[in-house]
Design a protein around this ligand. Sequence first.
Ligand SMILES: Nc1ncnc2c1ncn2[C@@H]1O[C@H](COP(=O)(O)OP(=O)(O)OP(=O)(O)O)[C@@H](O)[C@H]1O
Ligand SMILES: [Mg+2]
Length: 512
Amino acid sequence: MLVKTYGSAIMGVSARTITVEISVEVGVNIFMVGLPDSAVKESHHRIDTALKSVGYHIPGKKIVINLAPADIRKEGAAYDLTLAVGILGASQQIKSEEISKYIIMGELSLDGTINPVKGMLPIAIQAKKEGFTGLIIPMENAREAAIVEGITVYGVNNISEVIHFFNEKQKLQRVIINTREEFFSRVNNYEYDFTDVKGQENIKRALEIAAAGGHNVILIGPPGSGKTMLAKRLPSILPPLNLYEALETTKIHSVAGKLGKNSALVTVRPFRSPHHTISDAGLVGGGTFPQPGEISLAHNGVLFLDELPEFKRSALEVMRQPMEDRMVTISRARQTINFPASFMLVAAMNPCPCGYYNHPTQACTCGAGVVQKYLNRISGPLLDRIDLHVEVVPVPFRELSTAKNGESSKTIRERVVIAREIQQKRFYTIKSTHCNAQMSTRQLHEYCRTDEASNSMLKNAMEKLNLSARAYDRILKVSRTIADLEQSEDIRPEHVAEAIQFRSLDRETWGT
Ligand SMILES: Nc1ncnc2c1ncn2[C@@H]1O[C@H](COP(=O)(O)OP(=O)(O)OP(=O)(O)O)[C@@H](O)[C@H]1O
Ligand SMILES: [Mg+2]
């Protein structure tokens, strides 16, 4: 008898339905065709034992399994359940009429338990598009699939539940999520809040500017000055995700299998902080079966690179293109895959190897030229993409214990949102630009006109502080954001004056 079951293959952040045709005939042996990888080929061993443990079996006949379309590689153990149900149907151990109405997926343990698989959200989206009645999938993935409305999602823990369902002996529990409620009830649920940071008003201001204009930032300061603490709180002052962005980010986390048990939707902006020993592929994505990297997991959120000079140069170099395109392209012989990667970069570094260069009270013990050399470990082109350089000076202990709590993230966020709305209007007709940080040189000239007074101030500063030419554009962009925060149409001298402070690493005197 011939039976069709359906699974799904992940390509990038989308899914393609895989048809599994199974025929059980007179004869012996199992034949599997249609580009299965070794994990799929081996699946019949798992399936056989799992079925036996719940009182069923793979029949001792000739079983032909065809996975279509043949040009897509089928990977991993996620098709175990698809194949098992197909074999049971084709050998008439279960009723087969309803089988083809569902996408059925899951990895089997030898005792029949169903383990989670990756990418359930894109799979559910595709299943709905193609008009399937529902999905029968691992319980741990059910909530993630159930945010797609208009398709039935059954979460199962054991293959016996699936068998009883098709044999009409047991109903399955439908998993239902009210996506909007789930989203809006958690949209600003941040773990960390700026109110915990005492003092550091100027740095909070810098981060507010960064958030308002979408500018990349680098925090430079001695150990223990609070760099990590400050960076962790940046997502909490960014404008809240909208539902569309939340879905986009959730898709990437779903494909990477990083959604966390029983979670449904990424509702807050992600904060990713990879260790500096991370591989190039880990950072930007890749691998034999292309997986999203940290820069894609940080999509619509913040990528924090702590101890920036310790990162491998090659890893930082491969980030350049994706930062420009806000997307990573991974090419393989059979396919080219895109992962979105639109993130704000926050980097942190000690100013020098000993950590105390420019420290107000402690002396730096680094030799001549060492500070400059330390800075040179960061790739120039990457530094070029960072608009704000912020020096972090530790708050003295006395103040830490007495100072009042600072402004809450919510209050800061409200100002950021207003500044972003101004930018949205400004760039309404421009497809590739959403915030000031993304302005091209041409847009810069159009939107960042300065008056006579601002111009001469800028000129003075460039000469006096020995700023390099690349600093000029950055200062203009940041001035634009500062003006937006004040809801001022014109860029005024005080806006430029504030922006000039954020170019420490461009000063030719840095490190001498
Ligand atoms: N302004 C502050 N308000 C409250 N706590 C602070 C402040 N600055 C530092 N701390 C405390 O000091 C701890 C150390 O800060 P943090 O780890 O962020 O420093 P760092 O600059 O990242 O240091 P390192 O260079 O060692 O990574 C924080 O966890 C926090 O408890
Ligand atoms: Mg730190």
